[in-house]
Design a protein around this ligand. Structure first.
Ligand code: ADP
Length: 266
């Protein structure tokens, strides 16, 4: 089984003032996945980020920070607003995938996952196995969930990847983002950034910069931390550039694609 994450940086226009899908990337990626599945059947789980749909309301309502009792109703409506915003993005993604014949079925984290201090603690994945066994492609995304300690929190697509991969025993974990992989510093702001083909320690980063966009879920550093946790369990993952045409197709076909393998062994 393959777990494929498609970053919010690919599927949404992160800098846009209004939530906007990147429909060119979305269609291209749907077609790449379809082409690979037409070649040979594969068990596939898709995770996507919330991008420009989730981050503005999450920031506005400061979900994930502690608050006074009298703020509860306002936080709760914020939680609803975020859940609805990311659901909208997921609906647009599913609509496109289904129109190309991809049998995606949404399994929103907010409907079955709970957390404690922003870390997923519970979430029964039997439904994933059931849908997979019937040939569906379960699709899950960065979302809000109930938090035992903080009442509410946001969980990133990257944390979901870590949770799914830890529990579903995938043969491959791939994350598509808008850069070729991990560098010693942000390649979008540093021309001299050095690319890593393999990455095994957070200390290999020069500066712990987040992303080009201030991102409530932690951007590249957050991503790497989740993937190093997986590496500790012996599960390798690979970050690739999903903006480059056919990269997603090639990675699904086991062809060589430039990217960074996150693993504890060098
Ligand atoms: P996604 O939405 O695809 O999950 P993010 O936008 O959260 O991805 O993170 C990817 C971004 O992280 C890249 O666009 C890049 O600018 C930024 N970034 C920051 N530091 C690094 C680094 N050391 N190596 C690679 N990318 C980095």
């Amino acid at each position: 089984m393959i777990i494929l994450k498609i970053g919010g940086s690919i599927l949404t226009k992160k800098d846009a003032p209004e939530s906007e899908v990147d429909s060119v990337n979305l269609k291209r990626i749907a077609l790449e996945i379809k082409k690979s599945l037409d070649n040979s059947s594969k068990e596939l789980v898709i995770v996507h980020g919330a991008g420009s749909f989730g981050h503005p309301p999450a920031k506005k309502y400061k979900i994930g920070q502690s608050f006074d009792k009298d703020e509860y109703p306002q936080k709760r409506i914020g939680f609803c607003e975020i859940q609805n915003a990311v659901k909208k993005l997921n609906m647009l993604i599913c609509e496109e995938f289904i129109s190309h014949g991809l049998p995606v079925i949404a399994v929103p984290a907010s409907s079955f996952i709970t957390a404690n201090s922003k870390r997923i603690t519970d979430g029964n994945l039997d439904i994933f196995k059931k849908y997979l066994s019937k040939g569906f492609i379960p699709i899950i995304y960065g979302d809000v969930v109930l938090d035992e300690d903080l009442e509410f929190c946001v969980i990133s697509g990257d944390q979901i990847i870590q949770y799914l991969a830890s529990n579903l025993n995938p043969s491959k974990v791939v994350l598509g983002t808008d850069v070729d992989g991990v560098y010693n510093k942000n390649p979008k702001t540093h021309d001299d950034a050095v690319f890593y083909e393999r990455f095994s320690s957070i200390e290999d980063l020069d500066a712990l910069e987040g992303t080009t966009n201030i991102d409530v879920t932690g951007g590249m550093v957050g991503k790497i931390k989740e993937l190093l946790y997986l590496a500790d369990l012996g599960i390798e993952s690979k970050i690739i550039n999903a903006e480059i045409e056919n990269n997603i197709y090639k990675v699904l076909e086991n062809d060589d694609v430039k990217g960074t393998v996150i693993s504890r062994s060098k």
